[in-house]
Ligand binder design. Structure first.
Ligand SMILES: Cc1cc2nc3c(=O)[nH]c(=O)nc-3n(C[C@H](O)[C@H](O)[C@H](O)COP(=O)(O)OP(=O)(O)OC[C@H]3O[C@@H](n4cnc5c(N)ncnc54)[C@H](O)[C@@H]3O)c2cc1C
Length: 167
């Protein structure tokens, strides 16, 4: 048996605390249609290049959970270093619902999904939902990338140690 003296246990540090040491980018996931919606997410990653696929984990209790399933398509705007306010806004449950929540940001409709693509982002991806897997209190949504585009070079927004940072 391998014993790791310094290995933390769940009593010593919560999973949330441990995972806060894993720096991630920050994205806003959006859906279009009759009830457009946006949500800040950092549980987003690429999965496959051929076919091109990404995944996003969404909490069961988030409004986005039903929205993404209903829409069947979603877009991802990768936040730049100057978009902390936007990232905080789309993580705030007090924001307006529906189309009105996008009144405070510039955006354009994605050609493949109709989902809002937020202006000033570092990159945009548009995806078709191809599969979903249950993972505890979240669902892993797998999307096939229908189109993606890189934005202008700029600093990136990171989430690390429970705070926003720029790189
Ligand atoms: C950096 C960062 C990364 C994040 N990454 C992820 C991620 O990868 N996946 C993920 O699922 N979440 C993530 N979140 C959290 C997510 O952005 C927020 O929970 C966001 O509000 C969810 O948006 P929503 O519209 O889908 O859900 P909301 O409708 O905003 O609901 C969020 C929560 O608030 C409750 N709620 C909604 N309306 C009310 C109300 N009027 N009164 C009381 N409670 C209410 C809901 O029941 C739910 O528990 C992240 C947040 C941050 C800051």
């Amino acid at each position: 048996m391998i014993v790791h003296d310094a290995a933390p246990t769940m009593e010593e540090t919560t999973l949330r605390d441990a995972m806060s040491r894993f720096a991630t980018g920050v994205a806003v996931v959006t859906v279009g249609g009759e009830h457009p919606h946006g949500m800040t997410a950092n549980a987003f990653t690429s999965v496959s290049l051929d076919p091109p696929m990404v995944l996003c984990c969404v909490a069961h209790r988030a409004t986005m959970h039903a929205a993404i399933g209903t829409a069947g398509r979603f877009a991802v705007s990768v936040m730049g270093g100057d978009q902390e306010r936007t990232a905080r806004y789309f993580a705030d449950k007090r924001r307006p619902r529906g189309r009105a929540q996008f009144d405070v940001v510039d955006w354009q409709s994605g050609p493949h999904t109709g989902a809002p693509l937020l202006s000033g982002a570092l990159a945009w991806l548009e995806c078709e939902l191809v599969r979903r897997h249950e993972g505890g209190d979240h669902t892993i949504f797998l999307g096939r990338v229908l189109g993606c585009r890189r934005g202008p070079d700029s600093r990136a927004l990171l989430f690390y140690d429970s705070g926003f940072h720029r790189i």
